[in-house]
Design a protein around this ligand. Structure first.
Ligand code: A3P
Ligand code: MG
Ligand code: MG
Length: 375
């Protein structure tokens, strides 16, 4: 058994001094799409445009026709690596950073200080130590096992109440109700009005690949972006007005208010990491009727939460925590092989240990390994 390195979460106060660690503004270096069969496309064909949804719609409508992506398949880092190879080929040089991963992994790390429920398990590999890059993926099998266990322990909803699958559908339905495939001028009124009747299909995605970092750590992150507010600016140096779409239960009482405030930590971290400036929240009733919309500016969310005075979470602490943890990872994963990054549910530590002394496990695709070995 290899040595287990520990990164303790407590005391959290050590991440509060001196404001937030310097962060680089995320900048899109490339993008790709999955089409409506979830096939990779090296373009922005699945990018969508925000157009406010009609209110009062039942988010459960059409559930039986849902064309749902098979999430039991493990795609590892495939799409992200393909996009990265395209950039490197075009630029004629390698893009070497400290960490390369999906945005979702970084969201989990950033929100760890305030998450006492979900654990996580990731695999990491440091391919070609001289390049210093560390690739991180979710341990898909461990995630599926965790979800299965959570579902088994969950109380069965009373007859007639929405099941977890229906509740998950609400989010995709809200996306279908809120986007159009082109700028408004090119989309007919008829299209907009028929959105509530459209079949929901979550195979298509637009993924943005950004360069970002918590100084001095640099990163390439890939993640799904739900829509764009207006249109892509002509100047590639201008920020892009991405929109994150979220559904949440309508706030009926103080308990709901606090639960929503806690949820905002994840909404904020997820959007912050890709530089998504706006989050549109679609509030729904307990049984899934879309009631109202709220536009939140990602940048102002931590201040808004702080002013409420509930001490539910602190954005600077999340940033400093992630910066310190990445520094620790960089100093810990110093040799080739495969490593595990794990936080067990409610555990006070993140554990890091080597699982294979050589190779890159299944983290890197054959294509990518060949590409990099030729350089
Ligand atoms: P909501 O976030 O509105 O519930 P994202 O918000 O990241 O774009 O994800 C889109 C939708 O995918 C979510 O919408 C939710 O419906 C579904 N989803 C994401 N993560 C999920 C999870 N862990 N379990 C179930 N559904 C999930
Ligand atoms: Mg999304
Ligand atoms: Mg969303």
């Amino acid at each position: 058994m290899s040595q287990i390195f520990h990164f303790p979460l407590q005391p959290l106060q050590r991440f509060t001094s001196g404001g937030a660690a310097a962060i680089k503004m995320p900048k899109e270096i490339t993008h790709f799409s999955y089409d409506d069969r979830h096939e990779y496309r090296p373009d922005d064909s699945s990018m969508t445009y925000y157009y406010p949804p009609e209110l009062g719609v039942d988010l459960s409508a059409g559930f039986k026709d849902f064309v749902k992506l098979d999430d039991t398949r493990d795609d590892h880092l495939e799409g992200l690596l393909r996009a990265l190879m395209t950039v490197e080929e075009k630029e004629g040089k390698l893009r070497v950073v400290d960490f390369i991963t999906w945005r979702g992994m970084m969201t989990k790390i950033m929100t760890t200080p305030y998450d006492n429920f979900d654990g996580f398990e990731m695999n990491a590999t440091r391919f070609q130590v001289c390049y210093s890059e560390c690739f991180i993926e979710e341990d898909h099998a461990a995630k599926l096992a965790r979800v299965r266990e959570q579902n088994a322990n969950r109380r069965r909803p009373p007859p007639g109440a929405p099941t977890p699958d229906v509740q998950s559908y609400w989010g995709y339905k809200f996306e279908t109700l809120s986007v159009i495939p082109d700028i408004m001028d090119n989309v007919s009124r008829d299209y907009i009005e028929t959105r509530p009747k459209m079949v929901v299909n979550n195979h298509a995605q637009y993924c943005s690949v950004v360069m970002t970092g918590f100084t001095p750590t640099s990163m390439i992150l890939g993640g799904e972006v739900d829509a764009i507010w207006d249109r892509r600016p002509d100047d590639p140096d201008q920020p892009i007005n991405w929109v994150e779409l979220k559904t949440s239960q309508e706030i009926y009482n103080d308990g709901d208010r606090l639960r929503f405030e806690r949820k905002l930590c994840k909404f904020w971290a997820q959007s912050f990491l890709l530089g998504v400036p706006k989050i549109i929240v679609g509030y729904r009733t307990r049984d899934g009727l879309l009631k109202r919309l709220e536009e939140l500016n990602t940048r102002t969310i931590p201040g808004m939460v702080k002013r409420k005075g509930n001490n539910s979470w602190d954005g600077n602490l999340c940033i400093n925590f992630a910066a310190a943890f990445l520094k620790f990872l960089k100093e810990t994963i110093t040799s080739e092989g495969v490593w595990k990054i794990r936080r067990q549910q409610k555990s006070p530590v993140i554990e890091v240990f080597q699982t294979e002394a050589q190779g890159t496990g299944e983290i890197l695709s054959k294509e990518f390994l060949e590409w990099r070995t030729q350089r």
